[in-house]
Every structure is written in C-alpha cells, then in structure tokens.
Design a protein around this ligand. Sequence first.
Ligand code: RP5
Length: 186
Amino acid sequence: MLLEAGDLSCGFENWSLTVESVGMESKSPLVGVIMGSVSDWETMRHAVEMLERFGIPYEKRVVSAHRTPVLMAEYATGAEGRGIRVIIAGAGGAAHLPGMVAAHTNLPVLGVPVESKVLRGVDSLLSIVQMPAGVPVATLAIGVAGAKNAGILAASILAHGDAELRQRLAAFRAEQTAQVLAGELP
Ligand code: RP5
C-alpha cells in the first residue's frame, strides 16, 4: 500500500482530471524529486503531478550539483537510508546532477533533461544520457514529456512490490487507449 493518509479523492476514477496544485508531499517519501534550480520546476512539476496521480509519496527540492555540491552528495548518500526508493533528477545545460547523484547511490536515478534556452535541451540530454558504463542514469525525453514519463516510470518500478499500484498503472494505460480509440479527426 503506497498511499498515505491524505486526500486521494482526486482518485483513479478521474484520470483525465488535471492536477491543479501539488501539495501531497510526504514525511515518508518513496520518491525523491530533485532539480538543479527553481527554474526547472515548470518542467519537473509534471513528474510530481504524475506521482500524485498514482498516490505515491514523494519529496521535492532543489539540489544543485555545482551550486550546492555538498548538499547534493549528502542528499544522494542519505536517500536510501531515509526510505527513498527512486530518485528523479532534472537538470538543464551541463546537466551533471543526475550522474553525480547516481555516483553517490545505488538507487535507480531517472534523469530528466530540462529544455535549456540556448540549445533547447540537447545539451541537457547528452549530458545526462551519456553516462560511462558502470554508473547508470535512466534518461527520459527532453522537457515535459520526460518529466511525465519519469513519474510513470517511478510508479512502474515501485509497482513491482505493490499490486494496488500495478492496477492503477494498468488503469492509466487503459484510459489512454480508450481516449485514442474515442478520438475523432476534424
Ligand atoms: C542547471 O542550470 C539547472 O538545472 C537549470 O536547468 C540550469 C539553469 O539554472 P538557473 O540559472 O535558471 O538557476 O543547473
């Protein structure tokens, strides 16, 4: 059971609802959502919204590999001991945060390349995806799609030990399928 006490009335009968606010952070998070800057939030909030849809307890915070390197190392080394099971790390530009976090933990790290202004996120993507063999970062697509998929992938990872969450994932997929089948071209 991954759900914690809290308002889950946004429930799974209403998958198409847009989550207007993100306020279900947990004191016993299973997913740590970190990002290099407050400016990444507009992208990374989509990962958080997906976790909220699935009722997965999470925490979110800014952790910068180059501006707060000591905090980053402490966060990554301490995450597993605090009960975190997946880390989602978003960063843009010379996006070393996911790789540096992965260097400090054996937890799965899902990297989200934030779309940078100058190179439109190609720099972020290449920085995150090209980890040398031995320290993996599971890299998602650039921008919002990647952030959403990071949330879904975190749910998939956690669903291995949680039949209820597996059901929610299946329902989510089924709703997408139904929407496509119901769609009409103009
Ligand atoms: C990276 O630098 C952050 O992840 C962000 O995407 C980028 C720009 O940061 P700001 O200058 O907007 O704080 O560390």
